[in-house]
Design a protein around this ligand. Structure first.
Ligand code: UDP
Ligand code: MG
Length: 314
């Protein structure tokens, strides 16, 4: 039985040797159970020595396959490419930086072997070592998105998971270009076991995620999985139409009983309303734009990634 381990790498020269050692250790430790491994390294347009290092590993290890992208397409694309390339009956995705502890893999494999689950997914229960502001916004994001979408995305869920072939095929069958894997994993369903672990800080190197990148990612996630924000405009429009109507009747009655005294004095309130409603209209346009833009990109149907170099067996 073949187990594929997919490792998305973007400028990970510092951690790759550490990771490779750990993976070899895992492979060695369950050698007797009849499991074979393929390690699939996906270099997402790395500019450092990552690709050389991967080729170096591959030269001495037939269990390594790789694909190098022509530029940085993002981790989502890297995971997709890895899953597409994978041939295993079980497929795992793990970060290169050791934040997804490879030592959990044997027990995850045992969980799938038991037949009770189709997916074993990791969740970190602490966010130690992370800037508090980042944790705060992450929590808000999970609360918000889970209110809006039909499937539940677990707080602290990582992309680290081991899946049966059937699950991987289901994920690959979603051909959208703007991929939000956390949502896709939840959306395809299947029997999932959560294993919890403490937050592990990356072994070396730096995170590739800036706050702004995470913010974009959060918006992408919401837009990819729900059209609820579009409804906001409808609700707001409805509310202001009613408020306007009531206001109109109020002035109408005032006019009838001849007590209009603040016709000129209404200037500041008028300005406030114009600004406020103008802001809302722009916001609604922006929301529509987000969806329209995404529709535009999807209709172009560009490939999710462009491979520049692949290991020879393919
Ligand atoms: N990664 C990638 N492409 C990117 C950014 C990151 O393939 O554009 C990989 C990276 O090499 C690592 C994983 O995705 O293996 C997670 O990245 P990182 O550790 O920077 O994110 P964090 O753990 O801080 O969320
Ligand atoms: Mg990391």
């Amino acid at each position: 039985m073949l187990v594929s381990l997919i490792i998305p790498c973007y400028n990970e020269e510092e951690v790759l040797p550490i990771l490779y050692d750990a993976l070899c250790g895992v492979r060695e430790s369950i050698k007797d159970s009849g499991k074979e491994f393929e390690f699939i390294f996906v270099s997402d347009g790395s500019r450092d020595k990552t690709e050389e290092i991967i080729k170096g590993f591959a030269a001495n290890d037939p269990g390594i396959r790789y694909v190098f992208f022509s530029r940085n397409f993002g981790k989502e694309a890297a995971m997709y490419a890895g899953m597409k390339k994978s041939k295993g009956d079980y497929v795992a995705i793990l970060d290169a930086d050791m934040q997804d502890p490879p030592s959990l893999i044997p027990s995850m494999i045992a969980d799938l072997d038991s037949g009770d689950y189709d997916v074993v997914a990791a969740r970190r229960v602490t966010r130690q070592g992370e800037p508090p502001i980042r944790s705060f916004f992450a929590r808000c994001f999970y609360k918000l998105i889970n209110k809006m979408i039909d499937v539940e995305i677990a707080d602290g869920a990582r992309d680290f998971r081991l899946m049966r072939r059937q699950v991987v095929d289901a994920i690959l069958s979603l051909s959208e270009r703007q991929r939000f894997s956390k949502g896709i994993f939840a959306w395809v369903g299947f029997r999932t076991k959560w294993v919890e672990h403490e937050n592990v800080e990356r072994a070396a190197g730096e995170t590739k995620w800036s706050f702004w990148k995470l913010f974009r990612y959060a918006i992408d996630g919401i837009v990819a999985f729900t059209t609820a924000p579009l409804r906001l405009a409808t609700y707001a429009g409805f509310f202001f139409a009613i408020a306007g109507f009531i206001y109109l009747i109020y002035y109408f009655i005032k006019a009838i009983i001849g007590r209009i005294w603040d016709i000129v004095a209404g200037y500041p309130s008028l300005l406030c309303f114009i600004l406020f409603i103008g802001g809302l209209v722009l916001m609604a346009l922006g929301i529509i734009g987000e969806y329209l833009g995404r529709t535009y990109i999807e209709t172009k149907a560009r490939p999710i990634y462009i491979p520049m170099e692949e290991s020879e067996d393919d």
